[in-house]
Design a protein around this ligand. Structure first.
Ligand code: ADP
Ligand code: ADP
Length: 229
């Protein structure tokens, strides 16, 4: 588990006359194990903020620290972060097991260790009976669980979700939401979840960050945020 500190985080795309400031000094302390949702309209800077936490986007000013370590000081391979995207891409020619194991093989983990981690993820996501299948033999919901499995096996301290429910039909959206909640409970990780959907935010969040035009307008529990006049 790890806390996330955002200290006066600033982002602008481009330079000089073409500079486009998109994040204007965000401050927030996210606790160990907390589930925080970043909500706000399209274009307000949610994805940019999340990608900066993931270390996928350069920070123009301020600082982001995870578990007390400044993100940009940590080698990408050593960052205990897993990101789940809107569109899950699995390797079509690999089995479910191989899809989940691939990232660990690259990191040269021992075969037994890989087996243990994949088994644990498969148990949590109820994929145990599907490990030898290929992605094309799975339902949409099962494929999505494999994609989450690939994140879980890395044993991350922090889970980042970028609108993972947006492209799903209503039934799969509810099912996946419940899975994400179960995952958070079971693993006790810190979660940062981006969405433009207020209902999703209220259902999932312990605390909500409300963004608007690159600024953090509110940060509080769903009750605090949505009881305001
Ligand atoms: P959200 O996730 O809330 O929809 P984004 O973080 O994607 O918002 O975008 C915030 C702003 O930054 C938008 O105005 C967007 O056009 C701009 N933006 C995002 N990515 C880039 C980029 N790579 N280059 C230039 N501008 C970008
Ligand atoms: P999202 O809100 O999920 O980021 P977008 O359609 O805003 O979706 O952005 C899709 C991709 O295009 C992102 O990788 C983002 O960085 C990039 N992007 C968004 N706006 C701009 C922009 N104005 N200039 C260049 N790239 C952009």
């Amino acid at each position: 588990m790890a806390s996330i500190s955002l200290r006066n985080v600033v982002k602008q795309y481009g330079h000089g006359a073409k500079a486009n400031p998109v994040i204007h000094g965000v401050n927030a302390e996210i606790q160990d194990g907390e589930f925080v949702v970043i909500v706000g309209p399209s274009g307000c800077g949610k994805s940019t903020l999340l990608r900066m936490v993931a270390g996928l986007e350069e920070i123009s000013g301020g600082e982001i620290a995870i578990g007390g370590r400044v993100v940009n000081d940590v080698e990408p391979a050593d960052r205990d972060i897993a990101m789940v995207f809107q569109n899950y891409a699995l390797y079509p020619h690999m089995s479910v097991f191989e899809n989940m194991a691939y990232g660990l093989k690259i990191r040269k983990l021992r075969a037994e260790d890989i087996q243990t981690r994949v088994d644990k993820a498969a148990r949590i996501l109820e994929l145990g009976h599907l490990l030898q299948r290929k992605p094309r033999e799975l339902s949409g919901g099962q494929r999505q669980r494999v994609a989450m499995g690939r994140a879980i096996v890395r044993d991350p301290q922090v889970f980042l979700f970028d609108e993972p429910l947006s492209n799903l039909d209503a039934k799969l959206r509810v099912q996946t939401r419940l899975e994400i909640q179960g995952l958070h409970r079971e693993l006790g990780v810190t979660a940062l979840f981006v969405t433009h959907d207020q209902v999703e935010a209220m259902t999932l969040a312990q605390r909500i960050i409300v963004m608007n035009a690159g600024r953090m307008e509110q940060f509080g529990t769903p009750e605090e945020v949505y009881s305001r006049p």
